[in-house]
Design a protein around this ligand. Structure first.
Ligand SMILES: [Zn+2]
Length: 281
């Protein structure tokens, strides 16, 4: 059942991390509470559910563009192409897809003498990270071992934005430190504050988690989802405290007008700088 807090009382449409052995049904808070109350009765209650559901197999795609990743270590940069079925998904995640595509286009023609980059657009992230997990489980193990770092862009145009750089490992050495330094430098150059945070091993629940669980460090650029912006964040990033960072997160109103072009451009510029530093040195 949905958790029942404001804005979270409708049909619960989560996805399961793994195939469950028992049927699972998401219900609105009100239905869940009624079922829970019925279950409390001393003599027990028999519950009948009538469900209309559609079940079927759908085709989805990953789109990959790369150069010279046949040997040596390389970096993967990715964003998910799909949205939830509730809305068009312009911030989640046309914004991240656009940033990755734009960065790739800007790098065309730059000398590529450094670390090769694989640009990836994942299918079906919202259904349980299916595209990125499929990619990592179907490429040869030898190739997977050569992925030095994954950079994820999921929601980078939030209207009441923050600027997060998120890590799944220590950021003090190797490629992670290098990208962290480039990104921090790129934002600092324009006096744009960032908040760095780390969630070891399991990542932040986007495609970064697919890589983290395979032991590949991941860095994510993220401007915030449905959570409420606190006072400290409003002081740091501007915008409105007490309001969601993205009020249209996973809703029908996640349209083009829901995007902050300002922060989308800032993130795209920082990403391009960081990738350029990697690719040319
Ligand atoms: Zn997303």
């Amino acid at each position: 059942m949905n958790q029942g807090t404001e804005g979270q009382t409708g049909i619960f449409a989560g996805s399961l991390a793994a195939v469950a052995r028992i049927p699972v049904l998401g219900v609105p808070t009100e239905v869940g509470l009624r079922l829970a109350a019925a279950a409390q009765k001393a003599n027990g209650t028999e519950v009948h559910l009538k469900i209309e559901a559609e079940n079927g197999i759908r085709l989805t795609h990953n789109v990959i563009a790369e150069q010279d990743t046949m040997s040596g270590s390389f970096v993967v940069v990715g964003a998910h192409l799909d949205s939830v079925s509730e809305g068009p998904g312009m911030n989640d995640n046309a914004s991240g897809s656009a940033a990755v595509l734009e960065a790739a286009l800007r790098l065309v023609g730059e000398p590529a003498t450094g670390i090769p980059i694989r640009f990836a657009f994942w299918g079906a992230e919202e259904r349980g990270l299916l595209g990125s997990r499929h990619h990592l489980s179907t490429i040869p193990e030898e190739e997977r071992r050569r992925i030095g770092l994954y950079i994820n862009l999921d929601m980078v145009g939030s209207p009441n934005f923050a600027r997060f750089i998120q890590y799944t490992s220590e950021n003090s050495s190797g490629l992670v430190a290098r990208i962290a330094a480039s990104l921090n430098h790129a934002f600092a150059q324009h006096r744009l504050p960032v908040e760095e945070r780390t969630r070891r091993s399991r990542g932040f629940g986007s495609d970064d988690a697919s890589f983290a669980t395979k032991g590949i460090p991941a860095i994510s650029l993220f401007t915030g989802a449905g959570g409420v912006k606190n006072k400290a964040q409003a002081q740091q990033f501007g915008g409105s405290a007490g309001q969601p960072v993205d009020p249209c997160y996973h809703k029908a109103c996640d349209i083009v007008a829901n995007i902050s072009e300002q922060v989308l451009k800032q993130i795209t510029d920082a990403l391009t700088d960081a990738l350029n530093e990697l690719a040319s040195h």
